[in-house]
Design a protein around this ligand. Sequence first.
Ligand code: AMP
Length: 215
Amino acid sequence: MRIVLLGAPGSGKGTQAKLICDYLKIPHISTGDLFRAQIRDNTPLGIKANEYIQKGDLVPDELTISVVKESFNKEENKGGFLLDGFPRNLHQAKTLQLILAENKQYLDKAYLINVSKDTVLERIAGRRFCSNCGASYHVSFNPSKLKDKCEACGGTLIHRNDDEEHIVLDRLTVYNKSIQPVLNYYKELGILETIEGNADANDIFYDICSSLKAV
Ligand code: AMP
């Protein structure tokens, strides 16, 4: 199964991605995570990407497509995947179709998790990430049992710079502008499914599972 998961920052995409991947036993490819790994490793690509990420801007397509292509070349991603955070604009969406078509592959579904601005701001203000392994928490909805340490690896939990409210508002503006043509594109292809995202994570997952059964 090849799935694209779309949604604004704070839409709960990361949580749903994990649930779907566990359920379908497919790998989770998150461009945000791929960039953060490159930033942690201080690679030239990571240093370049970080200039944009810190400001809440999109990383240029050339860099973004190169990290996606690299991950598609990995053996474990060849049988199917869930893409999270990609595509974010029409050029990326069309490039993805081309890359897949070259390998005689296609997307099964594009899910949009639809949320209001207020929900996004509430969710992002409480988000915490492990500085070591990237695991995500929320101070109210999913707190770590070890307070400011990661339950999985003991790493320190941090509030990402790009989760500051003024940067989130910028990210939302950028997201809304660039995602609309992507939604239209997937609608035309007949694979777009919109999921109500101002709900509990379990309810959102239930809706996605109901739709997956029909694929
Ligand atoms: P995320 O974790 O998906 O919110 O991504 C964090 C940041 O990485 C975004 O705010 C962008 O700066 C960058 N990024 C992630 N995916 C993409 C993409 N498909 N195109 C451009 N930039 C991206």
